[in-house]
Every structure is written in C-alpha cells, then in structure tokens.
Design a protein around this ligand. Structure first.
Ligand code: UD1
Length: 370
C-alpha cells in the first residue's frame, strides 16, 4: 500500500513509558524534511498521568493524533486489542511506513498489522538480544526484527545479532541511541529539578532502586531476596524506590509491602516524571534496577548501575559503561554494591554514536527511502 504522491506518510507508534523518550526526538527530527508527513499514534498501553501524559508535556512531544486506549490486560488480550484497533488506522491513513520503537507489546502488535497490510515497517532499537526467551520483550524483539524492512540499531551487539539471524545487511543501519538524544537534550533542564530537596536527599549520598520486570516482581521468593539485599544497602545510604504500578500491585498482592515499608531509610515514592528522575539518577551513588533504559542512561551519566537480572540485551553498558549484572542473589548484590561504594568512578567512554544525533540519522535514512 504505497501512496502515489511524493509525500512519504509515516505512522509512528508509541505505547508504554520507555517508548516516549524514543519517539520524541524522532517526531522533532522529521520536521527538517518537507516531504515527510508523520503522524503519532499512542496505543494507550500505559495511561496513568505519570506513566504517560507527564512525559509528553515534559519532553514537548506533540499530542498524539490518535489514542487507541487499549489499557492493561494479559499479553494475548493486550496485543490482540492493539492489533484490532491499529488495523483501521493503517487502512484509513494509508501510510508508506509504520515506525515502531523498543520492545513492548505495542511494538510487535503494530509491526505485525502493518506488515500484513503490505506497509513497510521500520524498527528503532533493533537487534538487542538478552537470549532469554522467558522475557516477553525478547519475543517482541525477535519477531519485530524478523518482519521489519528497516532496522535501526543502537549498539554494536545489535549488528552482530541481526547478521547471525540472517537479516539482510542492506536493511540494517547503525544509528546510535535515540533515548540518549532525549537525555542529552534535557540534562540542563533536569539540573533545575528540586527533587533532591523534596525527598530530603544529598547529592552523591543516596541510592535509587527501580524494579518492574515480571521475573523480579511477580515472584514472592525473588522479591524477598531483593528485599534482603535492600535491607542492608539502605543501612549504608538512604535509598529511594520510585515504584512502577506493576510493582505496587505486586508488593500488596504478595504481602511484601510491609517488609519494604519497615526499612527505615528506604522511601517508596510514586513513579517520577522524566526530569525529576533524570536528576535523581544523575546525582545518585548507586542505581539498582532491572530496567533496560536505565542501564544505558547511567552509562552516559557516569553513575554506577547494578542490574538485578542475570542477562542484558544491552552488553555495551557492561563492556564500556558503568553497569554490572548482579541477578537477585542478596550476597552478590550487596558485595557488588560495596565494590561500587569503594571504587571511584572515572567517566566511562561513550558508546559509539550515543551522541544525541541518532534521530537525525534515522530520519536521514527515512527521507532517502522512496
Ligand atoms: C511494559 C513493557 C515493558 C517495559 C515496561 C516499562 C511489555 C510486554 N512490557 O511493562 O517491556 O519495560 O512497560 O514500564 O510491553 N499499569 C497501571 N498504569 C499504567 C500502566 C500499567 O496501573 O499506566 C499497571 C496495570 O496493572 C498493568 C501493569 O501495570 O497490568 C503492567 O502494565 P503492562 O503495560 O502490562 O506491563 P509493564 O510491566 O508496564
């Protein structure tokens, strides 16, 4: 389905919190090309004010042209619902391209709809692999890359993975990291955030924790082991825990909330906006997380990151960055934490092309497609 006129119509898809900082710089970069006609579709996978709207406002992302309002459900129901609601959009708008970012359910759902309607798909953040198929995101990444026509890669491992999977090289472009475009563009504004005062923290003298992976927060045993580690860590430094909605529900459901609340120097707070969280991360002593994006952001901020997972799809953050994989074993987490606390951090080298210009490289390629 290709439009006959000379304008290239591009439907851009976002749905969940980590998508917003990736789609923002792209929507801006399109403006340099008169013949590109982008629209923005929000699937509504995330919908709470501080999981969605706040990011649009803070990052100056244009209001979505459409919100499919799918909300939360099981993987099958959520993915199917996104597909059902996205298909009429593609049929009506008749784009030349659908651009999807990251690895969430909205990514694979919209890529699949587009490809089956004969619309070309571009995947931003292609090629990342954790080699752990128990992660829903790994399935989303593998399938999206298998059907995409253009694959925009953020780090060298992505190039190797796609080559090994037999993806033709002419579809693949190593462009760098759009999430880091957003980070670099907002560092100065984040500096003005008053979050440290609000939470009564001193720069360099606190830790940040984020947890939301099903493998960590859906299982009482794992959550208990992580709590054992945090118990020790918060005795060393005050520790802030902005809790994702999935995590909040599960802390209550699994009866673990009391344990976390009883830790005197651990503060559980609501999910924060982009600027406050960037400031909080940038001034932390150590960040403990299971997020993908935070492994990358701490690498650029030059802050120690302990990843509470057995694997990462972002190995450049371990090889070049500040990241260490520690899993969920309390002994391992605490000893890695102590190592961070006793080792001065010299600024790590910046991964190649994480220079704030990834979106421009992507739109250059998009603009040259006919
Ligand atoms: C999703 C992505 C994950 C990403 C994460 C970032 C998939 C498979 N997972 O996981 O890759 O790292 O987003 O946050 O796409 N909820 C709310 N308000 C919201 C959104 C969710 O309360 O605005 C609650 C709901 O109870 C929901 C649960 O959080 O059931 C989980 O949300 P969901 O979008 O299914 O997955 P995430 O864990 O957020």
């Amino acid at each position: 389905m290709s439009s006959s006129h000379s304008v290239t119509k591009i439907v851009n898809v976002c749905g969940a919190r980590p998508n917003f900082m990736k789609i923002g710089p792209l929507m801006r970069a399109y403006q340099a090309y008169e013949h590109l006609d982008p629209i923005l579709v929000h699937t509504g996978q995330h919908y709470d004010e501080n999981m969605s709207d706040l990011f649009f406002r803070q990052l100056g992302i244009p209001e979505p042209d459409m919100n499919l309002e799918v909300g939360s459900a099981s993987h099958a129901v959520q993915t199917a619902e996104i597909m059902k609601r996205f298909e009429p959009v593609v049929l009506e708008y008749e784009p030349d391209w659908v651009v999807v970012v990251g690895d969430v359910n909205s990514t694979i759902a919209c890529a699949l709809v587009a490809e089956k309607l004969g619309v070309k798909v571009a995947h931003v953040e292609a090629g990342l692999r954790s080699f752990d198929r128990s992660m829903p995101e790994e399935i989303n990444r593998l399938l999206t890359d298998a059907i995409s026509d253009l694959l925009f890669v953020s780090e060298p491992s992505g190039l190797e993975n796609l080559k090994r999977e037999g993806i033709p090289g002419d579809r693949v472009h190593f462009v760098g990291n759009v999430m880091i475009d957003t980070l670099r563009a907002n560092l100065e504004r984040a500096e003005r955030s008053t979050i440290l005062e609000e939470l009564n923290l001193e720069a360099g003298a606190y830790n940040v924790v984020t947890l939301h992976r099903p493998s960590n927060v859906d299982d009482a045993g794992t959550l208990g082991r992580i709590a054992d580690a945090l118990e020790v860590i918060q005795q060393d430094l005050p520790t802030v825990f902005p809790a994702h909605p999935r995590t909040c529900h599960n802390l209550t459901r699994l009866g673990a909330l009391g344990r976390f609340k009883s830790m005197g120097r651990l503060q559980i707070v609501e999910p924060l906006g982009y600027l406050d969280f960037l400031k909080l991360m940038g001034k932390a002593a150590v960040v403990l997380t299971d997020s993908g994006g935070i492994q990358e952001e701490t690498t650029i901020l030059g802050v120690w990151c302990l990843t509470l997972r057995e694997n990462t799809e972002r190995p450049v953050t371990v090889a070049n960055g500040t990241n260490t994989l520690v899993g969920s074993d309390p002994g391992k987490i605490v000893s890695a934490y102590r190592r961070c606390r006793s080792t001065p951090l010299t600024h790590p080298p910046v991964p190649e092309k994480w220079d704030g210009r990834a979106a421009q490289r992507i739109t250059d390629v998009m603009a040259s497609q006919r």
